[in-house]
Design a protein around this ligand. Structure first.
Ligand code: ZN
Length: 391
């Protein structure tokens, strides 16, 4: 029983120490590219939402026997997740002195770049969100070990140095000049394999529509979301108003546009290889299922999912494929990724600290970066305001 749990929970043994390797999100776990890695939620049996005591004795033993926990992309983990992980370790220790230490005395290594975007918080907006990982009550107990070698931009030293400065401070006049040399003006023909990065969802939708039209002028399919209302007393006009009001609330798209072999991402954690942020190639609509290809080359299908929202005194449910066209993506979506292909950045709406740095640092060399700016606009230092966590 225990052996199978150890195998199933995918514990690594390194120099006699039992190591759990986890990602803060499913995407972070997948990008670790270690077969034994999963999400911290999965590894520690956390359900998300409110903390619940562990009812599996075997899981408690598994957690208690781990010596080291490595969490990748910790900057995307909410303070509650770190707190829940700590509570679980203490709970699993049960006896002895260890339960009075942080993480019950285990070695915990948090990897990540604190200058990436802050963790998404649905409760607060602004800089004083107490749910950021670095505001967790025990965060101060961690020792900071600065990055020594930059792997992503290793081939372009000048770019790496520029990024290193821009992590923590606004670009200098000289830096801005270097970046301004990469500005292109619309209409710009962007190659189909390019990644476009923008600040707002509305900009992303526009770029996706443009790219689909440009590269698949005859073959764009549009799948509208279906809506059902809990109450049947609404007129058609009232229903249309409610549906329009969902635009900024629903995470499922009102319309999914794609062409055969166009790039897309999954926006729900569906199953192992289909998680929020997983890259896909859309193949075709087959009845009520969407046929897609995974980066591994395997093909699978995706069903519609439902999302319900309250309005006035009623409930509306949107049914749609949890898939977005992904020629263009928001900065938040590309966090943690590395692109070999050209990266076209539209910084027009970069207002959140860290957006400019995260977008720019996805490319391996500056020669693959382009800034798309309207004729009337210039690159401005404020577009690259760094995210410097205030504890
Ligand atoms: Zn918050």
């Amino acid at each position: 029983m225990f052996q199978s749990l150890m195998a199933n929970r995918r514990v690594l043994t390194v120099q006699g120490r039992r190591v759990i390797v986890a990602g803060s999100t499913a995407k972070a776990a997948d990008m670790l590219d270690i077969p034994s890695a999963a999400t911290l939620h999965y590894m520690l049996g956390l359900s998300g939402g409110r903390y619940r005591p562990c009812i599996s004795n075997a899981l408690n033993v598994f957690i208690d026997l781990a010596d080291v926990i490595i969490v990748d992309e910790y900057s995307m983990a909410a303070a509650e997740l770190l707190e829940a992980a700590h509570c679980r370790c203490v709970e699993a220790a049960q006896h002895g002195e260890r339960q009075f230490s942080i993480f019950a005395g285990k070695k915990v290594i948090l990897c990540g770049d604190p200058h990436q975007l802050p963790a998404v918080c649905r409760r607060c907006k602004g800089d004083d969100c107490p749910h950021q990982p670095y505001r967790w009550q025990h965060f101060a107990a961690f020792r900071s070990v600065p990055l020594v070698t930059n792997v992503r931009q290793a081939g372009d030293e000048e770019f790496a140095e520029l990024l290193f400065r821009m992590r923590t401070s606004l670009p200098t006049a000289a830096d801005l000049q270097v970046l301004a040399a990469r500005v292109v003006r619309p209409p710009t023909a962007m190659p189909e394999e390019a990644i476009i990065v923008a600040g707002l969802n509305s900009e992303v939708r526009l770029y996706n529509r443009q790219q689909l039209q440009a590269h698949h002028p005859d073959g764009v399919t549009e799948v509208a979301a279906a809506h059902t209302f809990g109450s049947s007393t609404l007129t058609a006009a009232q229903q249309a108003d409610v549906i329009a009001s969902l635009e900024h609330r629903c995470t499922l798209p009102s319309h999914l546009n794609f062409a055969a072999n166009s790039p897309a991402i999954c926006i729900r954690n569906l199953r192992n290889t289909l998680y929020n942020g997983a890259r896909l190639t859309v193949l075709q609509l087959a009845g009520d299922r969407l046929r897609v290809r995974l980066p591994s080359g395997a093909e699978t299908t995706i069903s519609r999912v439902n999302e319900s929202q309250l309005f006035g005194h009623g409930m509306v449910t949107r049914s749609q494929f949890p898939v977005l066209c992904s020629y263009a993506r928001t900065v938040h979506r590309v966090q943690g990724e590395t692109f070999q292909v050209p990266v076209y950045i539209d910084p027009t709406s970069f207002q959140q600290p860290g957006q400019g740095y995260v977008a720019l640092s996805r490319a391996k060399t500056l020669s693959k970066v382009f800034f798309v700016l309207a004729e009337s606009q210039q690159l401005e230092a404020a577009m690259f305001t760094p995210h410097v966590p205030q504890h």
